[in-house]
Design a protein around this ligand. Structure first.
Ligand SMILES: [Zn+2]
Length: 162
């Protein structure tokens, strides 16, 4: 076989890329070009696979962002009433309940009258202690779970009584 670069007769030539052209060259000349096989089956394919993975990951992250942006978990409007009701159903007075979750009686009293908003940690603690749910998922400004409906009903009942 003849080297296409130096013209030397050699037992085996190697295919390399020299300045964008494929040449069959002797082992001595092959160091001047890029390995043809590695270039064809290696670099282009693996880089496109990486690109596809990045694209997919980007899409996933965008989807996550959309959900994070439109749905938030918020405390229900009448959290105090729900706590009080659940506490009384368990036959606990303020003091006993406060002691059971290692909080001050005054703190629980304020929460039950909706004048103190408990932090996330305390919400979780009360929910666990009483087996209730004090949060609702709010999506795009629309309340899911009917918190607003129950408020309207309470107001309606109040007007009827008047
Ligand atoms: Zn050569």
């Amino acid at each position: 076989m003849i080297c296409e670069m130096c013209g030397k007769e050699v037992p085996l030539t190697k295919a390399v890329i020299v300045e964008g052209t494929r040449l069959n060259v002797c082992p001595n000349c092959s160091k001047f070009g890029e390995d043809y096989r590695a270039n064809q089956s290696g670099t282009p394919i693996s880089s496109s696979v990486i690109e596809q993975r990045l694209e997919r990951r980007e899409k996933r992250m965008q989807t996550k962002d959309i959900y994070a942006g439109t749905a938030t978990v918020e405390l229900v409007d009448d959290f105090g009433g729900i706590i009080k009701e659940a506490r009384e159903a368990k036959g606990m007075d303020l003091e006993a309940f406060a002691a059971s979750i290692l909080e001050k009686k005054g703190t629980i009293s304020k929460i039950e009258s909706n004048s103190l908003i408990p932090d996330d940690k305390l919400i979780k603690k009360i929910e666990k202690a009483l087996g209730i749910k004090l949060t609702e998922t709010v999506q795009s400004g629309v309340t899911v779970g009917g918190g607003n409906n129950s408020n309207r009903m309470t107001l309606g009942n109040f007007i009827k009584k008047e």
